[in-house]
Design a protein around this ligand. Structure first.
Ligand SMILES: Nc1nc2c(ncn2[C@@H]2O[C@H](COP(=O)(O)O[C@H]3[C@@H](O)[C@H](n4cnc5c(=O)[nH]c(N)nc54)O[C@@H]3COP(=O)(O)O)[C@@H](O)[C@H]2O)c(=O)[nH]1
Length: 814
């Protein structure tokens, strides 16, 4: 859009407006001056009118003549003063004839000048006469002086009148001219006004248009500004995005560089050799390990082929290159068929190289080369170790199972059968714990040797773990063959051992499972042999048993027991019975042993001898033991002091780190004085991790309670345990008490334990006292306390009266 037009028009308009306004002002000023001038002229015409002056003079001249005439007549009634007044007026009028415009009128004509002069002279001549008018004749004389002038004065007046009329006409003309001039000017001014109004309108329109244009322009500008802002913002965003992209690119570049460095580092630190070749057979890259593996130059010119590289190395007598040539020959087929493959190539020097060949999409290929010589050796070593027991070099469970599978498969095709014999060593744990693991290991090696010597070449001997062994007997014609082998094994392993100069006697029991019927799996066969072993051990050591199907039923029963046992604690099926411990001399109850009872909903009371080992096996003994301690403390806290309560602790509970805390909490919660709590442990507690167990015992002792050694005399080295911890009490195992009447050695043992206790400051409790006779012997042997059915069977807490007499009727009733 162009703004020249309006701005030019506006400029012109302003100029025209200025001219009009100036003209307007000038015209007004001019008219004002004309009006002033004409007003002045009119004023003069009215005040000093020539014809009026002349007529006044004529009028006064005539009046004077009349007065003079009247005065001259006697009794004319005229006062001399009046004559004098008229004369003076005429003189004044005559003077005016010589002034101003009249003089101008007079000067135009000599006749008029003559008349005025004559009048002046006549008046001058008449002056003295008038002054002495009373004198007779003066009035006539004066009149005579004036009368000649009468015509002349009248003529002058007439001329003056004519002149005056002329001047009026002239003024009228002038006024008419002025009227027209004024009217024209006024019309001009009106026109100018209209023009001005028009111009102003136009100006206004121009201004409106300019305003409109300006607004449009402003809107355009605003729009443009908004667009610019938007564009600016978009530009800012684009810039920020650009900066972000730039940052990302920089990071990517750094990452790329790092990756490249890592790639190079990885490439050259690879344990595998790597070689990449393009579609034309030229080497793209290979790493240092590749060069090392095949004794090659570590760098090559770009464009070298693998064959050229090998030829170059061979020419320099490098032996490794020959190996690569062989490998390359094998790779040729893969390269041709563009196939991925992994192959292993043995080298003449015993070296083994594993090659992984991979074609690439561009027609080339990449391959990795690994020297697996050592790995192969290690693998075969590992494979051997994975199948053999490291200590005895016998087959382990894995190999044994594999061999069983193989033997079972073969036996299906032959007349003979396969049998599995499972055995473990009696008292091996005691040897291990008392004589040390090294001795135990040495013993196991000799056992393995003896076992091998018992079987034929084709049979397999395995160590399944710890002191568990198994024999896979093949070519069994009848069960008797197995029995013979079992006997041979029992006899061989039962013979004394000489380990580092120490004579050790152990024994073994054997369980036999024959794969005669039902196509058993290896696991089933092993399980059957294990069950048979369990049975062999339960009937007496140093013997063997064949598997019988009822054994499986016993296993099922045990599983049922486990299931029920897991629910029993939550169901509140446990309770504690208490059996009194009696001071032999005073015949008074010193306390009670808490004995756990399981009131099974279907089976009734289940003996702890049955379920405690199961609870130990399935990990339930800790929560169960905690419940016993809490319950015993709670109930004992209601008994009269100083009655004590003795609680049995399983060896498994000592593996639980919370044992001390649990006992402490039970004492605190029940408020039972710690000295009234006695914990009974068996020797087997001291067999496990001795230092930790002893530390736990000391911590328990610190709580202020008492510790008793239970079932004393049944362990392998009971006496040595007495040295390891200062027990408060020794409980003589009931087997010795019950043998008192029949076996002399039992009495000797009881006497020596009682003596030992006395000398160590420990009280001795004899368990399982059932008769008066036993009690008498125990007292004589020096035992301090006794416990057994003789005094009373275990009872629920609610039935305790703490009087020994009350137990009597119970005993009598039994
Ligand atoms: N870890 C835990 N073990 C416990 C707990 N409660 C019991 N037991 C142990 O279970 C085993 C069997 O106990 P139980 O069937 O209660 O037998 C005890 C007595 O009833 C029995 N006894 C007592 N007097 C006589 C007797 O004159 N003749 C005879 N034939 N038996 C008798 O002896 C068992 C007590 O033995 P002991 O503990 O060695 O004093 C048993 O080993 C219990 O220890 C428990 O809460 N935790």
């Amino acid at each position: 859009m162009s703004f020249d037009g309006p701005s030019l028009s506006l400029r012109i308009l302003k100029a025209v407006l200025a001219i009009v306004i100036v003209s307007f002002l000038l015209s007004a000023a001019y008219i004002s001056s004309l009006v002033v001038e004409r007003q002045e002229a009119l004023k003069q015409v009215s005040r000093y009118n020539t014809s009026w002056l002349a007529s006044q003079a004529v009028s006064e001249f005539t009046r004077l003549e009349q007065r003079l005439s009247a005065y001259a007549v006697p009794d004319g009634g005229i006062d001399p003063g009046e004559v004098q007044l008229r004369f003076d007026i005429l003189v004044n009028r005559a003077k005016l004839l010589n002034d101003g415009e009249f003089q101008d009128f007079v000067s135009r004509d000599p006749e008029r000048q003559e008349t005025v002069r004559l009048l002046r002279e006549a008046l001058a001549a008449a002056q003295p006469l008038v002054d002495r008018i009373e004198e007779p004749g003066n009035a006539m004389k004066a009149l005579a002086l004036l009368q000649p002038l009468e015509t002349k004065v009248t003529a002058l007046a007439s001329a003056a009148n004519h002149y005056g009329a002329q001047r009026v006409t002239e003024d009228q003309h002038e006024l008419i001219r002025l009227h027209w001039l004024f009217s024209s000017l006024a019309a001009g001014l009106i026109v100018c006004g209209f023009i001005l109004l028009g111009l102003l309108g136009w100006h206004n329109r121009l201004l409106t248009r300019a305003h409109h244009d300006l607004r449009f322009l402003a809107e355009n500008l605003q729009r443009t500004s908004d667009e610019l802002k938007k564009a600016n913002k978009a530009l800012g965003n684009a810039y920020a995005e650009l900066q972000h992209q730039n940052g990302v690119l920089q990071i990517q570049e750094i990452e790329l560089r790092t990756q490249n460095e890592r790639f190079n580092a990885a490439l050259n630190n690879m344990s595998h050799g790597l070689c990449m070749v393009d579609a034309t057979g030229h080497i793209i890259v290979f790493n240092e390990r590749f060069a090392q593996l095949f004794d090659l130059e570590s760098s090559v010119r770009p464009g070298t082929t693998l064959n050229e590289l090998i030829a170059y190395a061979e020419a320099r007598g490098r032996e490794g290159a020959a190996a690569l040539r062989q490998i390359c020959a094998e790779q040729q087929e893969l390269i041709r068929e563009r196939r991925q493959a992994t192959f292993i190539q043995g080298q003449p020097g015993g070296r083994t190289i594993a090659v992984s060949h991979q074609p690439m999409s561009d027609g080339g290929w990449v391959a990795t080369y690994e020297d697996i010589t050592e790995r192969r050796q290690a693998e075969s070593q590992i494979a051997y170790m994975a199948h053999h027991d490291a200590l005895t070099d016998l087959a382990n469970r894995v190999l044994f199972r594999e061999q069983m599978e193989r033997a079972l498969a073969q036996s299906g095709r032959s007349e003979t059968q396969v049998a599995v014999l499972c055995l473990d060593l009696d008292r091996f744990k005691d040897v291990n714990d008392s004589l040390g693991h090294e001795t135990g290991d040495a013993l196991l090696k000799v056992v393995a040797h003896r076992l091998r010597s018992c079987v034929r070449e084709e049979d397999v001997v395995a160590r399944l773990g710890g002191d568990e062994f198994a024999v896979l007997q093949t070519s069994v014609h009848e069960p008797h063959d197995c029995a013979v082998l079992a006997m041979r094994i029992v006899e061989a392993l039962g013979a004394p051992y000489d380990i580092d100069g120490q004579e050790i006697v152990i024994g073994t029991s054997v369980g036999i499972a024959l794969a005669a019927e039902g196509n058993p799996t290896p696991d089933q066969l092993l399980k059957h042999a294990d069950l048979a072993l369990y049975r062999a051990k339960s009937v007496g050591r140093g013997t063997f048993r064949f598997f019988e199907p009822e054994m499986d039923a016993q296993l099922q029963a045990r599983r049922m027991l486990e299931v029920d046992l897991r629910k029993a604690l939550a169901n509140g099926e446990f309770e504690l019975f208490y059996q009194p411990q009696v001071d032999i001399r005073r015949k008074a109850i010193t306390g009670y042993e808490a004995l756990l009872r399981w009131r099974h909903p279907e089976r009734g009371i289940v003996s702890p001898a049955e379920f405690i080992p199961v609870a130990e096996d399935i990990g339930l003994i800790s929560p169960l033991g905690e419940w016993v301690v809490h319950e015993a403390c709670r109930e004992a806290s209601g008994w009269p002091a100083p009655l004590k309560v003795a609680v049995n602790l399983s060896p498994v509970q000592f593996r639980n780190r919370n044992l001390v805390q649990c006992v402490k909490q039970a004492l605190e919660e029940s408020g039972l004085c710690p000295s009234r709590l006695e914990l009974e442990i068996t020797e087997s507690v001291l067999l496990q991790d001795n230092d930790t167990t002893l530390a736990t015992l000391h911590q328990l002792r610190k709580l202020g309670l008492r510790i008793a050694m239970d079932d004393f005399g049944t362990g392998y080295s009971s006496l040595s345990y007495l040295r390891s911890f200062p027990f408060d009490k020794i409980k003589i195992d009931q087997s010795f008490v019950q043998g008192l009447s029949s076996r002399a050695d039992c009495l000797a043992i009881v006497q020596s334990i009682a003596g030992l206790g006395a000398s160590l400051g420990m009280s001795t409790v004899a368990e399982g006292v059932e008769t008066e006779d036993q009690l008498v012997q125990l007292r004589a042997a020096g035992c301090t306390e006794a416990q057994g059915y003789y005094f009373g069977r275990p009872r629920p807490a609610r039935d305790l009266t703490h009087s020994l007499e009350d137990f009597g009727p119970v005993r009598a009733a039994e």
